[in-house]
Unconditional design. Structure first.
Length: 110
C-alpha cells in the first residue's frame, strides 16, 4: 500500500513538472533552439493565413536573442528573406515571451 501511494505521488510530481515545462507554460525560460523552432512555426502559420507572402516559407534564421528587461523578458527571433521585393520587408522579427508564447511579428524590430 505504501509503495503504491509513493509511486502515485512520484508520478503526480513528474506530471506536474512536465506540464509546466512546455512552451506557454510557466516553466521559465525556454532554450534558444526551442524559441527558434516556435518562431519558425509562427512564420508557417502567418504564411498559411496569408499575412506573410509565401516566399517567407523559405526564409533564413539569422539570430535568436533574449532581450532582458526589468518588466519582462522576451525572445526576438530574426529571419531574412532575400526574395522579398520590398527591401524594407526583407527582415522579419518574431517576438516571443521567455516561455515561448507568440507576441507579435513585424519588419521594424521595435
Amino acid at each position: 500500500m505504501l509503495k503504491k501511494t509513493l509511486l502515485s505521488v512520484c508520478l503526480l510530481v513528474a506530471a506536474t513538472f512536465s506540464a509546466n515545462a512546455h512552451p506557454g507554460g510557466h516553466g521559465g525560460v525556454i532554450p534558444e533552439d526551442e524559441a527558434a523552432m516556435i518562431a519558425t512555426q509562427q512564420i508557417t502559420r502567418l504564411v498559411d493565413a496569408e499575412k506573410l507572402p509565401s516566399s517567407w516559407a523559405l526564409s533564413k534564421l539569422e539570430k535568436v536573442e533574449l532581450r532582458e528587461d526589468e518588466e519582462a523578458n522576451e525572445y526576438i527571433v530574426v529571419f531574412t528573406n532575400p526574395k522579398a521585393t520590398d527591401p524594407t520587408q526583407q527582415t522579419l522579427y518574431i517576438f516571443l515571451t521567455e516561455s515561448g508564447e507568440y507576441i507579435a511579428a513585424n519588419y521594424s524590430g521595435l
